[in-house]
Design a protein around this ligand. Structure first.
Ligand SMILES: [Zn+2]
Length: 284
């Protein structure tokens, strides 16, 4: 797979221990696992890591903030890696905390480089210069999305149909309020993949499934999926798992197994629809 040189690395998902920053080169911030995976899915894990790379240490990110869910999505990378293996899917993730820059936000969003999150100040980002903001975009946000785009373009050129899935986790209690959902499915007007996920998950009466809960595209959380799914006309959805469900490897495996089964069951119908869209476009 063609990737921007020096920005990403690729290795088999099964060779990597769960939930560790895996880059052998500490300067590599954009991670690609199973980049040549030929299954029907491409996976994103925008908030996989709470690492602050050496170049950003002088800003003084507080350790007590980096341990919190405001810095990353605990458990999400473990689930995404297992899914990458099950589905033979390329997996993209930035190995840097969202507090440095949030790859799942548009460039004009106030939360791109947050100065506050869930009522907690992120003082390391207060008063940041325009030059530093531009550097973070250039070194993290842009190469992450360029790498995803290169993969999707190459898959299309190779005749590989793709469904785009983002894996996130959310905190059980937000601003003092408990969240009842075990999992949430986030989607926009293209509900093809989301409908299959909601139906599959709701088949288990033990689950409360959030439909565009606890977040929806109006919260700007759908940026990465929307950007690439629209460009490449892909079925897509974002999966938000409550993080106490996936706090250990056993929970991550249960969720990866559950999601893989639903995703694979939905694939024939979704990719049939996608191919029909392509045929229509060609006729026009
Ligand atoms: Zn997230």
């Amino acid at each position: 797979m063609a990737l921007p040189s020096g920005l990403a690395t690729s290795f088999p998902a099964e060779s990597v221990p769960a939930d560790t920053a895996a880059a052998s080169d500490p300067d590599i911030l954009i991670m690609v696992e199973n980049g040549a995976g030929a299954g029907p899915f491409v996976l994103l894990c925008d908030h996989a890591s709470n690492r602050v790379a050496d170049a950003y240490q002088p800003f003084g990110f507080a350790a007590d903030r980096l341990g919190l869910h405001i810095a990353w999505d605990p458990g999400a990378l473990g689930v995404a890696r297992l899914l990458s293996g099950r589905l033979d899917a390329p997996l993209f993730w930035p190995d840097i905390s969202r507090l440095v820059i949030d790859c799942n936000r548009p460039l004009d969003a106030a939360s791109l480089i947050a100065v506050e999150s869930e009522g907690r100040a992120v003082s390391a980002n207060v008063g940041l210069s325009g030059t530093e903001r531009a550097r973070r975009i250039e070194c993290v946000h842009a190469p992450y999305h360029d790498a995803i785009d290169a993969c999707l373009t190459q898959r299309h050129a190779s005749g590989l149909a793709t469904i785009l899935i983002a894996i996130h986790s959310f905190t059980p209690v937000y601003l003092g309020k408990a969240r009842p959902w075990h999992v949430g499915i986030v989607f926009d007007e293209d509900a093809r993949m989301a409908n299959a996920l909601i139906k599959g998950l709701a088949a288990d009466p033990g689950f409360m499934v959030g439909v565009n809960e606890p977040y929806s595209p109006a919260d700007l959380v759908y940026y990465s999926v929307s950007r690439h799914a629209r460009t490449h006309r892909l079925p897509a959805a974002m999966i938000e798992i409550r993080n106490n469900e996936i706090g250990d490897e056993a929970g991550q495996k249960i969720w990866a197994d559950r999601l893989a089964e639903i995703l694979l069951a939905a694939t024939p119908g979704l990719l049939g629809a996608q191919q029909a869209v392509v045929r229509c476009l060609q006729v026009e």
